[in-house]
Design a protein around this ligand. Structure first.
Ligand SMILES: [Cu+2]
Length: 672
């Protein structure tokens, strides 16, 4: 992968170079780490900036010195332990910052998970908590070891030989999360299920699935404890490579289209803080959640009005609809089981993001506590947004129209065969979009008889079908609309019955209903009533005297086709409703619970809302479940064109009029 970039690369949390910043913003030196004689100090400019390399080093050093960890200890998650919300909101530049790391600690020999909080500024252990009966997410080590463990197993080798393959070095082995099915020999064991693909003479291993063989691995003892072999299915013969050489004659490319910003970008980045076209926000990367958007506000009449305190992907799951022995367990919780943030890949300038993008490197810690950097993990760029608004006065023939500009903040994760991109798109009319991008390679299944698929999938070639599956995402949206005392209203548009008040049968009304408790806050989509939800602040009124509000507006979505009694539905309880509303609780971040790997279910949203807490006049958190049903097409093979899914956060009475009226007719050129 190329490392060329036309733009300066930055590390999150570090001061931007090359952008003119006025108004100071002195770095605060919060860390002084004494190692031997060297003192390492690192500048952190915001309480929400991700952990630096030095802070990761301090956290692990403190744990090692505590005597609680040994050489075999692993650290599946090392992340910022966010300061309390009230402290962040009260924080001003120059104030001291609390810098703590949350480290998930795993002892393989005891199958024991603990959580440690370390104060990085004072190099001290704040807390240590054993979390019994859970499995932390996969580590890179788990993933890397899977293939060697499987290759060495005699039963597995025999199953592969039965299929005419003895060059095991050409068999790629993919680890899959085990889920929870109460199977024998899996209690108290860290289990990985492994699938095999034959990649001799092919770049794309997914062209040749070795159907019917699944190895179950005990990761505590690093050995295969079961090999499932449901009988030989022919190995597909064709390759499915998709590089330029393999795809055949290339079309004539379109003529060059250049994006130039002669005066530079119109956004300003200071550390993790971004401002652009009246928007203000911070962002950080988390090894589990990926990109977290923080403290989003919009400048209106000279002050920044808060909208959103924190927004992130809280969980996701990709369930397959094939009940076969090689497929029933394929319910990838890419966040809770795999840590989708860790799987962010470097973006390729000019393709993954346009030529005017600015990139940010990200630092994470690996399972041994060593920091590593991912260059160009996050892209920030402006793009043309089409028409913002327009009207021609027909009498005078005067046209008033404005061109829109958009700001995109995005990252892309590669999770095995699949890619997920997540873009926050800021608009000049106060709308904020989440655009989920789905691409990559579908999970393939070799067919028994060429040209014939079973009912659980569709053929993509003569010898491969792709089983039906769904992609679900849950987004945790901590909205603070002009402050924290908010209400949630449901809007439904309905026809009025014919009668004296509707003599011409044309009347329809928009009904507004408050959601008052967590039970009332579990809502389904209803396209028929154009249903959406508005978070309002009754303490702040707009020009027409109504509470200001921001709406969560659904777009295309899906319901789960798995039975409510399935293991999947128990573990991914967030699939039960598209909307959930809870009162703010800093410990409630993950929709399917903190520990999802091999979870039995019942944790997360489904557990919390049992308390049926009040959500009126509170600091509320919205949880939106977004789904895509994927019925595979030949056009999705061998690598699928991007599919988009998402939702909008849209002002509804937050502003007194169209907030994009003040956008000038053309970009202003700086005077030389
Ligand atoms: Cu799909």
């Amino acid at each position: 992968m190329s490392s060329q970039s036309a733009n300066p690369e930055r590390r999150l949390g570090e001061r931007t170079r090359g952008t003119v910043v006025s108004g100071g913003g002195a770095a605060i030196f919060v860390l002084a780490w004494i190692v031997g004689t060297a003192v390492i100090a690192c500048a952190v400019e915001s309480p929400l900036a991700p952990l630096t390399k030095q802070e990761i080093g301090i956290a692990i050093q403190v744990l090692r010195q505590s005597g609680k960890v040994g050489p075999d200890t692993r650290f599946p998650v090392i992340a910022l332990h966010e300061p309390p919300k009230a402290d962040v909101l009260a924080w001003k530049e120059g104030n001291p910052i609390l810098r703590q790391a949350l480290v998930v600690v795993y002892e393989r020999s005891k199958d024991l998970t603990s959580e440690a909080v370390v104060d990085c500024a004072h190099s001290s252990l704040v807390s240590w908590k054993v979390i019994p009966g859970v499995e932390p997410p996969f580590t890179l080590e788990d993933i890397n070891l899977t293939q060697d463990i499987v290759h060495a197993d005699r039963d597995w080798q025999a199953a592969i030989r039965k299929r005419g393959i003895s060059d095991f070095e050409h068999v790629q082995v993919d680890p899959w999360s085990a889920g929870f099915y109460g199977l024998e020999g899996e209690k108290g064991v860290r289990v990985i299920r492994a699938l095999a693909y034959y990649n001799a003479g092919s770049v794309n291993p997914y062209a040749r699935p070795i159907e019917g063989v699944v190895a179950y691995i005990d990761m505590n003892h690093r050995k295969v404890f079961k090999v499932v072999d449901t009988g030989v299915v022919p190995i597909p013969k064709t390759t499915a490579d998709y590089d330029e050489k393999s795809v055949g004659p290339l079309r004539t490319p379109p003529t060059p289209l250049q994006i130039t910003q002669p005066d530079g970008a119109s956004f300003v980045v200071r550390g993790d803080d971004v401002s652009w076209q009246k928007w203000h926000f911070r962002f950080g990367m988390h090894p589990r959640e990926g990109l977290i958007l923080y403290t989003v506000g919009y400048e209106d009449k000279g002050r920044v009005r808060p909208i959103l305190y924190r927004a992130s992907l809280s969980e996701m799951v990709v369930p397959y609809g094939d009940p076969g022995p090689g497929w029933f367990f394929r319910n990838a919780f890419d966040e809770g089981e795999y840590g989708i943030g860790h799987m962010v890949y470097s973006q390729e300038p000019n393709t993954d993001a346009p030529s005017n993008a600015q990139f940010f490197d990200v630092t994470f810690g690996d399972e041994r506590g060593n920091p590593f950097e991912i260059p160009r993990a996050v892209a920030l760029y402006e793009r043309d947004g089409g028409l913002l608004w327009k009207h021609v006065d027909e009498k005078t023939e005067i046209n008033q129209s404005r061109r829109a500009r958009e700001l995109v903040l995005g990252w892309i994760a590669t999770v095995g065969n699949y890619e997920y991109g997540f873009n926050w798109i800021f608009h000049q009319d106060g709308t904020l979009d989440m655009d989920v991008v789905l691409t990559g390679i579908m999970e393939p299944k070799a067919v028994k008889v060429a040209g014939k698929s079973d009912v659980f999938g569709h053929l993509v070639t003569q010898d491969i079908e792709a089983p039906h599956h769904q992609h679900f995402f849950n987004f945790r949206l901590d909205l603070d609309v002009d402050g924290q005392a908010n209400d949630v209203m449901e809007m439904n548009t309905v026809s009025l019955p014919p009668g004296p008040s509707n003599p011409y049968h044309n009347a329809f009304v928009a009904q507004e209903k408050p959601l008052r408790t967590e039970h009332e806050g579990q809502r389904q989509l209803n396209e028929g009533s154009a249903r959406f939800w508005v978070v309002t602040n009754r303490g702040v009124r707009n020009a027409v005297g109504e509470p200001v509000g921001y709406a969560l507006v659904p777009e295309t979505n899906a319901v789960s086709y798995a039975s409510p009694n399935s293991s999947l539905r128990k573990r991914a309880g967030f699939l039960n409703a598209q909307l959930w509303v809870t009162p703010y609780d800093s410990s409630q971040i993950y929709a399917a619970g903190d520990y999802v790997n091999q979870s039995q279910g019942g944790d997360g949203l489904v557990r919390w809302v049992k308390a049926n807490r009040a959500i009126e006049g509170r600091d509320v958190v919205l949880w939106y479940t977004l789904g895509v049903t994927h019925i595979p097409r030949p056009e999705d093979w061998p690598v699928m064109p991007v599919v988009h899914a998402g939702f909008k956060l849209m002002p509804v009475g937050f502003f007194d009029r169209n907030p994009g009226l003040d956008v000038p007719t053309s970009p202003t050129r700086a005077q030389p």
